[in-house]
Ligand binder design. Structure first.
Ligand SMILES: O=c1ccn([C@@H]2O[C@H](COP(=O)(O)OP(=O)(O)O[C@H]3O[C@H](CO)[C@@H](O)[C@H](O)[C@H]3O)[C@@H](O)[C@H]2O)c(=O)[nH]1
Ligand SMILES: [Mn+2]
Length: 759
């Protein structure tokens, strides 16, 4: 350890508080609040719809309040990876997890690139191990990994020798021009580069060939185990593809393939279940104190990621404070102007940073480095400061004292003595005593990856990734924050990880529906953040931020109601908003103007265009009242025990667009038979009928001067503009059109609504 470095910080918290922004936040809040205020004081109407409008507006105000509290003081963390090596005597080991679940939706070449980029990170390789969980139980993945590991033996040294920035080969070789520039300087580089490129192309062809055949080989040798397996019915398959037997610093990290046991009558808990198996198998094999996890499409874009995570997680203060370091989700090959509104740039910029300024950013499932002790259930108050730390000579040892007796350990962690021992040593913070020979413990590993292993244990309840929600990430992070841990957001530039955003209408909708479902499952469970603030250590404003996120599904109801109220007021010729003669007229008008300018400024501030803003406004309406509404339904069905919620994997496309026309085509919204399009289409039809009624002068006479007026028509018109994508879909052909069956259902719903009102 270098003395001069002992006092230099490894990270710094940077605040990006914006006073002007906060001022407008408050202005909007008061304006929002004055609208229900107006409704209460103006006595001319006491109809039910007036009350309904009041409730919706109170909700909007409340929800805006949650948002401001969350966004008030955004921070993020600047890390200094070059210092960490000098600061700590010895770096800790890190287990890296990749999950994949379906070779069709998640092309193996993508998974392989993610794995290669992980194997090549700048970190002592004998301290790393990479575990790939395959929930699809596909021999193609195993085959691809085996091929990739051969390629990695050349690729990793190449990357390190030339300090390659992007270590996922498909991205590195994507733009040859960058390399050509360097050829001038080094003939040797040119040769190696060309040979590397050839080898990568060969690797992709081999994998592609196998994907085409769909069966890689004759089920012999390593592949025999796949004989007669089905996705949802097969024994555990674990293969150590590469083992750095001597623990040499210049060898490749260990690479292990895991397909956990699945049986038809056993719940497998989707990704959370897969993560828990990864935690256990790695616990037996390498037992690193830190675990970095990524989705199969999220390759490493900054080779210093692990060092960066260590900047945050090491050091005596951090060890008592930070449970995990989260990198934001950023997407590559982003479609221009975010046509599907799913790039989440503004969301990460303001909400994630805002939470980082409270108790800590959410765990968002990928690009996150966890402390194994915390995943095993350690709370800050169970920390015992021991003598010197094994991996960090500068810090004292953190001892997790939560289990006194071996019996308790077995009960919580399951009936494997080997695993209990490993878990105890992880909790004690003793040096990751990785098994002498990982092949030897394969047997124990099979046991802990079995589908019955978790029965009666704390896995998924108190230990590991938490079950019961299709957004296992937010759920697990919440349980961690509840114990009083903090978390840090790390946003290096260029981004640490890059992944795929859904590239079609339906897959985007499916993802949104799953999120709304999973979030609401948490809100309505016993793990509701409100209880955690009342009885545990979740901070109040952190709780408010969680409620903001977790109620996405709930938002569909007030939004839909309010949208329908505009149509209702036109149909019945009754007043919803103040008239232009009333002083209160300025309230909705200024909310509309200020809110839109405010959100627009967020897009400009993050370097996006006005188009991107408008696309996101449109998609926000469609998402809230389409997939989020269905997400709400699926949670209701789950509560009524009529059906279970499922994790539908998002399709990941590597964009192949080469021309401008391709881009235009890719940006066009596509539809399918999914019910998510029914409510929004019905809503659009209702608004159209309402507008037609107003235009044709078919409204009934108003009561006194309390009829509908300019604002009601304007609101309805604005909604039609927001639902323009759907309107185009009504007339589109093929996948660009809304299927007839959906149109029928929506028309039925719309007519039902209209006829009920016009009785
Ligand atoms: O049964 C399953 C289902 C999914 N996965 C994996 O989970 C990851 C995320 O799935 P994806 O379909 O890409 O979902 P996204 O909506 O893109 O994922 C976001 O939202 C999820 C929670 O809904 C988080 O788990 C993810 O980390 C986060 O990126 C992928 O690697 C999958 O292979 C499994 O391992 N097993
Ligand atoms: Mn994904």
């Amino acid at each position: 350890m270098d003395i001069t470095y002992a006092t230099i910080p490894l990270y710094e918290q940077v605040s990006s508080k914006n006073i002007v922004k906060n001022f407008f936040n408050i202005v909007i809040f008061f304006l929002l609040f004055s609208l229900p205020g107006y409704r209460i004081v103006s006595h001319h109407n006491h109809d039910t719809y007036w009350l309904l409008a009041l409730l919706c507006e109170l909700w909007f105000t409340f929800y805006w309040g949650l948002a401001i509290s969350t966004k008030w003081n955004p921070v993020d963390y600047e890390t200094y990876p070059e210092r960490v090596l000098k600061r700590v005597g010895e770096l800790p080991s890190v287990d890296m997890f990749v999950t994949t679940a379906d070779v069709v939706l998640e092309p193996p070449i993508m998974t392989i690139n993610t794995v290669l980029s992980l194997l090549a990170v700048d970190y002592p390789t004998h301290k790393l191990a990479c575990y790939v969980s395959d929930d699809g139980c596909s021999p193609i993945i195993l085959y691809s990994l085996m091929e990739a590991s051969k390629f990695a033996k050349l690729w990793v040294p190449f990357c390190k020798k030339y300090n390659v920035q992007v270590r996922a080969p498909f991205r590195y070789f994507y733009n040859d021009a960058l390399a050509f520039d360097q050829f001038k300087y080094s003939k040797e580089f040119e040769q190696e580069w060309r040979s590397m490129k050839d080898k990568y192309e060969q690797l992709s062809r081999n994998i592609e060939a196998v994907v085409q055949k769909s069966v890689p080989c004759d089920f012999s040798g390593d592949f025999k185990v796949f004989l007669n397996t089905k996705r949802n019915n097969h024994p555990t398959i674990i293969k150590v593809i590469w083992e750095n037997k001597q623990g040499l610093a210049d060898e490749l990290p260990h690479l292990v393939y895991i397909s956990r046991e699945k049986r038809p009558n056993h719940q497998h808990h989707y990704k959370a279940g897969a993560m828990n198996v990864l935690a256990r198998v790695s616990g037996l094999m390498t037992n690193a104190p830190f675990m970095l996890n990524v989705d199969c499409d999220m390759f490493v874009n900054d080779p210093k990621v692990v060092l960066r995570a260590m900047c945050i997680l090491l050091g005596p203060k951090s060890e008592r404070e930070f449970a995990f370091a989260q990198f934001p989700q950023v997407f590559y090959d982003r479609l221009k102007d975010d046509p599907f509104g799913n790039q989440m740039i503004v969301l990460f910029e303001y909400m994630a940073r805002g939470m980082a300024g409270l108790q800590g950013v959410l765990y968002s499932g990928t690009g996150c480095c966890h402390r194994r002790q915390v995943i095993y259930g350690l709370s800050p108050e169970n920390i015992e400061i021991g003598p010197k730390h094994s991996y960090n000579t500068n810090a004292e040892i953190i001892k997790g004292k939560i289990y006194e007796h071996e019996q308790e350990l077995l009960q919580s962690f399951g009936n494997s003595n080997e695993f209990a021992r490993a878990a105890a040593s992880a909790l004690n913070g003793s040096k990751a005593d990785s098994a002498e020979n990982i092949q030897k413990i394969i047997e124990a590993a099979h046991e802990v990856a079995g589908c019955g292993y978790e029965n009666g244990t704390s896995w998924g309840l108190k230990v590991g990734w938490i079950y019961g929600s299709t957004t296992e990430d937010i759920h697990t992070g919440l349980i961690i924050h509840k114990k009083g841990w903090r978390s840090a957001l790390c946003t290096p530039d260029p981004p640490a990880f890059l992944g795929c955003a859904p590239t079609s209408g339906p897959s985007s909708m499916t993802q949104q529906k799953r999120w709304a479902t999973g979030l609401l499952e948490v809100l309505l469970s016993k793990n509701c953040p409100i209880f955690f603030t009342m009885f545990y250590k979740l901070q109040l404003r952190q709780c408010m931020a969680y409620v903001w996120v977790l109620s996405w599904g709930l938002r569909s109801i007030p939004e839909l109601c309010y949208a329908l109220l505009f149509a209702y007021s036109i149909f019945t010729n009754s007043q919803l908003l103040p008239k232009s003669q009333e002083p209160a007229f300025f309230i909705p008008v200024s909310i509309f103007c200020i809110y839109n300018l405010y959100t627009l400024s967020e897009y400009f501030a993050t370097g996006q265009s006005i188009r991107a803003w408008w696309n996101n406004q449109k998609m926000a309406r469609i998402t809230t009242m389409g997939p989020w509404l269905l997400g709400l339904f699926s949670v209701v069905l789950k509560i009524l025990r009529l059906s279970e919620t499922v994790f539908e994997v998002t399709k990941k496309d590597q964009s192949t667009s080469s021309t401008e026309q391709d881009d235009v085509d890719a940006s066009r919204f596509t539809f399918d038979e999914s019910p998510v399009f029914v409510p929004v289409t019905a809503l659009l039809l209702v608004q159209l009928i309402a507008l037609a009624t107003a235009l044709l002068g078919q409204q009934p006479p108003a009561h006194g001067d309390h009829g509908s007026g300019f604002l009601e028509v304007f609101g309805s018109l604005w909604l039609v503009l927001c639902l323009w994508t759907i309107l185009k879909g009504l007339f589109g052909k093929g996948k660009y059109g809304i299927p007839l069956s959906t149109i029928f259902k929506s028309t039925g719903l719309a007519l039902l609504f209209v006829s009920l009102l016009c009785r």
